[in-house]
Write a protein that binds this ligand. Structure first.
Ligand SMILES: [Zn+2]
Length: 289
């Protein structure tokens, strides 16, 4: 594992590409903002981590948005990774904290008959959405299924979390390994066999640590960036979406002297006065008073 709170992109001379992300602070921040008990916090942290490692094409500023329809009481989980260094996300209906986090619970809540929608875009690509039906498994194996079916390259994903006794996130990291077209398939199969787990947090140089693998001389670091939780919300975005509402709905917003809008992603509250609303609506050719 490389440093905390970074995304690193490696390529080996054996033709294996690895993107590793440690989103510890972002996952902690998400837990704090959304007041999440351990189960929801770890699941959201892992989905944030998944978005970060799926944005592999960092040179072309690839962005990834995940819409994870769990079909469990959690509802839909949303996560975005953008500009190669920011993530944000939320869970529609977090659990109530009565079930402590375990990996078996995780698999139960994220995957059962759910569906994962992935939007990817970059400087070179218009946004495009692909989807996969989720079979049983934890967050990482669902992401593995998605990438193996959408990219048709041999891929392997692991995402690990550490929590304290109170269920607070201590560490959150994950990686995706992909076999390049000219890569060593046999070696890839050995390194990333289904029953083998890499230790993502150990730095002591033992054989099973991802950091030991990545520090071998045939691994080249292609790119590296800090990663943090950051939202894209702002008054401008609210203005544009409100201006897009049908006239009847716009009129309905003018009943009170102000409206309050809370961002799902970061919890920020916006208070917008009636006067401002009238100005915005009239800018767009409306005729409200
Ligand atoms: Zn926000």
């Amino acid at each position: 594992m490389s440093e905390m709170n970074r995304i690193d992109h490696y390529l080996s001379t054996d033709g294996i590409r690895i993107t590793v992300a440690d989103v510890t602070d972002a996952a902690r921040r998400a837990q704090e903002i959304h007041h999440l008990p351990s189960l929801s916090a770890v699941i959201l942290g892992k989905v944030l981590n998944a978005a970060a490692i799926l944005a592999m094409d960092f040179k072309n500023h690839e962005g990834v948005s995940l819409k994870w329809v769990t079909n469990s009481p959690l509802g839909t989980i949303h996560a975005d990774a953008y500009e190669g260094r920011y993530v944000r996300g939320f869970i529609e209906n977090p659990d109530d904290g009565t079930i402590p986090y375990t990996s078996a619970e995780e698999a139960k809540w994220v995957s059962r008959r759910g569906k994962l929608f992935v939007t990817r875009y970059s400087l070179l690509k218009m946004p495009y959405v692909s989807a996969v039906n989720l079979s049983d498994g934890d967050t990482a194996s669902c992401v593995s299924d998605y990438i193996n079916s959408s990219d048709q390259t041999l891929s392997h994903v692991e995402i690990e979390a550490l929590t304290d006794k109170e269920g607070k996130i201590i560490r959150m990291a994950g990686f995706i390994a992909q076999l390049m077209p000219e890569g060593d398939k046999k070696l890839f199969g050995e390194l990333f066999a289904k029953d083998r787990k890499w230790d993502l947090f150990d730095e002591s140089g033992k054989e099973a640590s991802l950091s030991t693998l990545l520090h071998k001389e045939n691994y080249v670091l292609l790119g590296s960036a800090p990663v943090s939780f950051r939202c894209t919300c702002g008054e401008d975005r609210i203005k544009h979406s409100l201006q897009g509402l049908p006239l009847v709905e716009q009129q309905g917003l003018l009943d009170d002297d102000h409206i309050e809008i809370e961002c799902h992603y970061c919890g920020k509250k916006y208070e917008i006065s009636r006067e401002t609303l009238v100005k915005w609506f009239n800018e767009k050719g409306g005729n409200v008073q």
